[in-house]
Design a protein around this ligand. Structure first.
Ligand code: SAM
Length: 240
């Protein structure tokens, strides 16, 4: 049930980066609450799996790309307080929310672009991203950047929304995602446009098997994926 005219919702490519930044800045105050509501609290489980799939050594170095309010990075620290976690994101307003969320738990939140990560080659034991890939202009370049900053043998892990393949379930999901989410998201955040963009951004996003091929094409090996929540969420991982 995507809108008949996606261009009414999606920004032109040249403006995508600034559009995405403005949008996340606007919804930052309600971002975590909307996540819990939209996923019925399941998002925490997926983030936990994302961290586990990073297969970090104890006290290892993790880069959380597009950390936002730090949900995955904090989850990593809850699993192992000795980890050296760094978060990087385009949107300062999201990170400002994250900084004060868990008194006693902290990590550096840095401003930066997933397509030009401000780190040297072979710096981290793993890099991950959660719900970011739909928002970047070049998915392949984003994976290549993560592969670049990870050490040989380290993991690159991607958590993302995907539209279910099941013909039976898809219409139900589409009503929820394309009608209900924009309505509820608009009411809670006061930013209906942002919650129209969210479902629309999944329409042309590569299906899980294609995303796995993109990861292989940037040189990652042993690429695998699994879907969850009736095929609405996909977790991909590969090794440098
Ligand atoms: C849906 S939020 C996900 C935040 C967090 N990873 C989570 O799991 O809750 C998407 C985040 O991606 C960030 N983002 C989008 N494009 C980006 C880019 N090119 N570089 C860095 N961050 C980006 C946005 O600013 C936003 O904070």
């Amino acid at each position: 049930m995507p809108d008949r005219d996606p261009s009414a919702v999606l920004p032109p490519s040249a403006e995508k980066r600034s559009y995405v930044r403005r949008m996340f800045a606007a919804i930052a105050p309600r971002y975590d609450l909307m996540n819990r509501l939209m996923t019925l609290g399941r998002d925490r489980i997926w983030r936990r799996s994302t961290v586990r799939l990073c297969a970090l050594p104890r006290g290892g170095r993790l880069l959380d790309v597009a950390t936002g309010t730090g949900e995955i990075a904090f989850e990593a620290l809850l699993q192992d307080a000795a980890l050296q976690v760094t978060g990087v994101d385009l949107t300062r307003e999201m990170m400002v929310r994250g900084r004060t969320k868990h008194p006693g738990l902290t990590f550096p939140f840095l401003e930066g672009d997933a397509l030009a990560l401000p780190f040297g080659d072979n710096t981290f034991d793993a890099a991950c991203s959660g719900f970011m890939m739909r928002n970047v202009l070049d998915v392949s370049a984003a994976f290549a950047e993560q592969a670049r900053v990870v050490k040989a043998g380290g993991r690159v892990v991607c958590l993302e929304i995907t539209r279910p393949a099941s013909r039976l379930f898809r219409p139900v999901f589409d009503v929820y995602f394309f009608r209900l989410v924009p309505l509820i998201g608009g009411l809670i955040s006061g930013q209906p446009q942002a919650y129209r963009y969210l479902p629309q951004s999944t329409v042309d996003f590569p299906r899980p098997a294609e995303l796995a091929r993109i990861m292989l094409s940037v040189g990652l090996r042993d690429v695998r994926y699994q879907t969850a929540m009736l095929g609405t969420v996909a977790l991909h991982w590969g090794t440098k």
